[in-house]
Design a protein around this ligand. Structure first.
Ligand code: PMP
Length: 425
C-alpha cells in the first residue's frame, strides 16, 4: 500500500476536521526515529507533540506496560481501584511545585485535565469566571476551546462558547506586548468587564505552546500570583506541553519559584500512553462532591504503569539536565545561522522547549511561508518538524530528550541545510 493511496483512503474515510501535517504513515518507531510503511526512516522532532519525551517505546515504559497487561487492563478506578493509581497520585503530589498538601485526579487527555481544573476551581470558589490568554491553547472540548485564545481553526463554526471566559494579551515583548501591558490589561478587564470577586481562576501556560513557544518571565508570574491572592482567584498552570523535563525542569513553574493552586498535566506523563492529571491544593481538590470527577478510562492501569516508568526514567537518565544541554546545542546552532539567514528573528526557549521564529527578510513581517518551506525541506530530508505560533511563523523543537547524540547531530545538519535552502527556494 503506497502512502498516496493510503492518503486517498484517509481522505475518503476520515473527517477533514482531523488535519495532518505529513503524509508519513508510521510503521514502527524507536527512541527518536520513525520508519514509514515504505521503510523510509525519519528523525522525529515532534515526539507526537511533546508526548514521547522519554523516546518512542522506552524499554522501561514498555516493560512496565507489558507487566500491567499481564495482570489486568481495566477495572475502572471508580469501581475497583488499584494501588499504582494511588501511588502515582502520591508521587505527583510530591513532585508538582507548591509547598502545601496536595491531591490529584487522573483523566485521559490534556483537554479533560483543563476541563476538570476549571470544574474544581469553580466548585472550590463558588465563582464562575475564568481568565485566559490570547494565543493560548487548552484543548478541543468546549471549555478547552473557550479558553483557547485563537479562533481559526479551533473555534470557528462551533457555535456559542461557554460564557464567563475572558482573554487578556499574553506578554510577548518580541511582538510589542510587554508584561506591564498584560498586567494593565488584566486590571482593565477587572475594571470594565468582570468583577474580580467573580473570577474563579486565571489559567496560563508557563511557556505558551501552540501559541508560539513564548516563555513568561518570573516577574510576570509573581505579579499574576499576587493579583490572584489579592482577589481570592486560583492560579492554574497548564503544564500539558511544558511538563515532564521538557523545559529543563520537571515542571516549567519550577523556573519561577511560583506555585499554582492547580496544575494540569498530560502528554509527557504517559510516555506514549493516554493519561492526564490535575494536581492541586488538597482542600481545593476536595471541593467537588463524590462522583463529580472521574471517567470510565480516567487513570487507566496501562497509562498509570507507563507514567510510573516515565518518572523513573526522567530521574535515572537525568533528562532535565539532558534537555538543557540539547537545547543549548540547538540554540547555538541556530544563532550561528543568523548572519546567513536574516529571516531568523528569534531563537528561544528554556531547556529543550525551543523555537526559531522567522520574518520575511524584505518586509520584516512574520513569514509562515518561510517556516513552512523549512519544515517541508526538512521533511524531505527525513526530519519531522512542527510549526506553531499565532502567525504560523515559528518552528518548535520537541525531540525526545533521549535522542542519541549522533541522531541529534544529523538532525542539526538537516535543519541548517533546510533553512539555507528555503532562502534560495
Ligand atoms: N493544554 C495545552 C497547553 C496543550 O498544549 C494541549 C495540546 N496541545 C492541550 C491542553 C490539550 O491536550 P489534549 O490534546 O491531550 O487534549
Amino acid at each position: 500500500m503506497t502512502a498516496t493511496s493510503l492518503a486517498d483512503r484517509r481522505n475518503a474515510a476520515i473527517s477533514r476536521g482531523v488535519g495532518v501535517t505529513t503524509q508519513i504513515y508510521a510503521d514502527r518507531a524507536e527512541n527518536s526515529e520513525i520508519w514509514d510503511k515504505e521503510g523510509k526512516r525519519y528523525i522525529d522532532f515532534a515526539a507526537g507533540i511533546a508526548v514521547v519525551n522519554t523516546g518512542h517505546r522506552h524499554p522501561r515504559v514498555i516493560e512496565a506496560v507489558k507487566q500491567q497487561l499481564d495482570r489486568f487492563t481495566h477495572t475502572c478506578h471508580q469501581v475497583v481501584p488499584y494501588e499504582n493509581y494511588v501511588e502515582l497520585a502520591e508521587r505527583l503530589n510530591q513532585l508538582v511545585p507548591g509547598n502545601f498538601t496536595k491531591k490529584t485526579i487522573f483523566v485521559t487527555t490534556g483537554a479533560e485535565a483543563v476541563e476538570n481544573a476549571v470544574k474544581i476551581a469553580r466548585a472550590a470558589t463558588g465563582r464562575q469566571a475564568v481568565v485566559a490568554f490570547g494565543g493560548g491553547f487548552h484543548g478541543r472540548t468546549f471549555m478547552g476551546m473557550a479558553l483557547t485564545g485563537k479562533v481559526v481553526p479551533y473555534k470557528v463554526g462551533f457555535g456559542a462558547m461557554p460564557g464567563d471566559v475572558f482573554h487578556i494579551p499574553f506578554p510577548v515583548e518580541l511582538h510589542g506586548q510587554t508584561a506591564e501591558q498584560s498586567i494593565g490589561a488584566l486590571k482593565k478587564l477587572f475594571a470594565a468587564d468582570v468583577d474580580p470577586n467573580r473570577v474563579a481562576a486565571i489559567i496560563i501556560e508557563p511557556v505558551q505552546g501552540e501559541g508560539g513557544f513564548y516563555p513568561v518571565t518570573t516577574a510576570f508570574l509573581k505579579q499574576l500570583r499576587e493579583i490572584c491572592d489579592q482577589h481570592g482567584i486560583l492560579l492554574i498552570a497548564d503544564e500539558v506541553q511544558t511538563g515532564f523535563a521538557r523545559t529543563g525542569k520537571l515542571f516549567a513553574m519550577e523556573h519561577h519559584g511560583v506555585a499554582a493552586d492547580l496544575t494540569t498535566m498530560a502528554k509527557g506523563l504517559g510516555g506514549g500512553f493516554p493519561i492526564a492529571a490535575v494536581t492541586g491544593r488538597a482542600e481545593i481538590m476536595d471541593a467537588p462532591g463524590p462522583g463529580g470527577l472521574g471517567g470510565t478510562y480516567a487513570g487507566n492501569p496501562l497509562g498509570v504503569a507507563a507514567a510510573h516508568a516515565v518518572l523513573d526514567v526522567i530521574k535515572d537518565e537525568d533528562l532535565c539536565n539532558r534537555a538543557t544541554s540539547l537545547g543549548n546545542r540547538l540554540k547555538q546552532r541556530l544563532e550561528s545561522l543568523r548572519e546567513k539567514a536574516p529571516e531568523i528573528v528569534d531563537v528561544r526557549g528554556p531547556g529543550f522547549m525551543n523555537a526559531v521564529e522567522f520574518n520575511d527578510a524584505t518586509t520584516k513581517l512574520p513569514s509562515a511561508d518561510f517556516a513552512n518551506k523549512v519544515r517541508l525541506k526538512a521533511l524531505k530530508k527525513g526530519l519531522i518538524l512542527l510549526t506553531c505560533g499565532v502567525h504560523g511563523n515559528v518552528i518548535r523543537f520537541l525531540a525526545p530528550l533521549t535522542v542519541q547524540d549522533n541522531v541529534f547531530a544529523e538532525a542539526l545538519d538537516i535543519l541548517e541545510a533546510s533553512i539555507l535552502e528555503a532562502r534560495s527556494a
